[in-house]
Design a protein around this ligand. Structure first.
Ligand code: GTP
Length: 233
């Protein structure tokens, strides 16, 4: 049957209104989380693990920034975590720094537990964050990565948890230690990398205390051979 052009136009307008309304409903709140730290500490591997559920078979130095997303269910609400995997090398990041921190909701400072130099650099990463995040406090997290390598190293070459914990306290951060490569399998629940779960509370936080935890990201124990070993110091 033929439909008069006016009705057809009206129908099309209703359909388009309906589809934009439903896309509005399915839109999730998005939280921008920026991941910062020296080159080689494992920012790409951690964010890949969190979003793809595996340790990446090969990685290259990040240039500028890579984006990864993960949908999370928080108290029944779906939220989108937008992870900004930033370049650790100065030459690949210098023009981008302001963009990293614009409208950021949380910052992850990553160091390598087997590389004390990457821990020493944290002071300048924290300072960079302070200079670029204006007007509001953002939650900040300290993440010690590559804990799977601890056993193979002498104690002198490692960053001790107590040291990291006191840094976290001094800078009002939560602290987690983890491995993007082979995390503790007992923390795995859903087969994907995901929520950070404190393993052991170091000290009960009180109103005056920064929240400090030692823990692990909940990730799978899939093992994929690395392309080439990364040497820190
Ligand atoms: N053993 C072990 N190796 C890791 C882990 N995470 C990353 N690596 C290795 O560390 C090296 C550097 O990892 P990336 O994720 O590229 O480091 P990045 O911090 O993103 O480096 P930039 O992109 O240069 O800033 C790679 O060889 C990874 O395979 C980990 O948890 N355990």
């Amino acid at each position: 049957p033929s439909v008069c052009p006016q009705l057809r136009r009206q129908g099309a307008a209703n359909a388009s209104l309906g589809s934009s309304f439903s896309s509005l409903l399915s839109r999730h709140r998005t939280f921008k989380v920026v991941v910062i730290g020296d080159s080689g500490v494992g920012k790409t591997c951690l964010t890949h693990r969190l979003c793809a559920g595996e340790f990446p078979p090969r990685v290259e130095a990040t240039i500028g920034v890579d984006f990864r997303e993960r949908l999370l269910d928080v108290d029944g609400e779906k939220i989108k975590l937008q992870l900004w995997d930033t370049a650790g090398q100065e030459r690949f990041r210098k023009s981008m720094v302001q963009h990293y921190y614009r409208n950021v909701h949380a910052v992850l400072f990553v160091y390598d537990v087997t590389c004390p130099a990457s821990f020493s650099s944290l002071t300048s990463w924290v300072e960079e964050c302070r200079q670029n995040v204006h007007g509001h406090e953002v939650p900040r997290f300290l993440v010690g990565n590559k804990s799977d390598l601890r056993a193979a190293l002498s104690l002198g070459c490692q960053v001790h948890q107590e040291r990291a914990l006191s840094f976290a306290r001094a800078h009002n951060m939560m602290f987690f230690e983890t491995s993007a490569k082979s995390p503790p399998s007992k923390m795995s629940r859903d087969g994907r990398g995901g929520e950070a779960a404190p393993l052991k509370r170091q000290k009960r936080p009180s109103a005056g205390d920064p929240p400090a935890y030692s823990g692990s990201f909940k990730v799978t124990s899939t093992r994929i051979p690395e392309k080439e070993p990364y040497v820190c110091c």
